[in-house]
Design a protein around this ligand. Sequence first.
Ligand code: 5RP
Length: 267
Amino acid sequence: MNGMEARLRRIIRKETGRSLVVAVDHGMALGPMTGIVDVKTTISNLDATNTIDAWLLTKGIYTYAFEPADRPGIIMRASGGATIVGPNLTHEGITSSVKEALYLGADSVAVSAFIGSEFEHQTLVDMATMATKCRKWNVPLLGVMGLGKTNEDKKKDPRFIALGARVGAEHGADIIKTYYTETDFDKVVAGCPVPVMIAGGPKCETVLDTLSMIHGALQHGARGIVMGRNVWQSPHPAALLEAVEGLIHRNFSVKEAAQLLEERINS
Ligand code: 5RP
């Protein structure tokens, strides 16, 4: 086994080849949003469910608000520098280094690229440059494929999402995080040579919608989730995580997952 394989194993569970990653990196651009205002408590409550394979977080949260009981996988965000109140949320740059990630004890780094946006070129070059550095140290790179506000309508277009996933892999990402498309998601996966995981996006209307989205993605070849709002903005985040873990690692149907969720809520 080499360092890349060892670190990937801390992110993707060997037994199932899938992963449940909870993202709590939103504050870097959106501030203290509902569900992660007290991010330390959110992390500790979710960690207590023992369902999470890895966390996606920033160096600030990792350093000051992250106290898991065990030693889950850690994906440290290495791009940022733009906020919701600034001129352009897609104008990200590199905010950390592989050396810093290793020094802090992270297993992987994450960099965003915004396909179709004004900053597509710069963010893709940043992703590729970080991939080169990651490879030198056998650190897996999570490619976070963003779209930018002007492309929001393309989120559901499988051809656009497939293009983004493939482009991320071609620029050196070892895992791709992108959006689930209700149609042709299998084509997104088929066109991407590295594992594809889905983000949640804004909160779904119902938890059943969240479970169905995750189930649909898994059925079409996704290797798991890197999800934030749909988890920690849910009225019952811990119970939901147990149900989601059933979908990802125990091949639950949506019905089985919903039943477990109901049981946990009522227990
Ligand atoms: C924020 C991100 C998030 O990590 C990603 O979008 C996953 O979170 P959500 O499920 O809430 O979309 O990249 O900058």
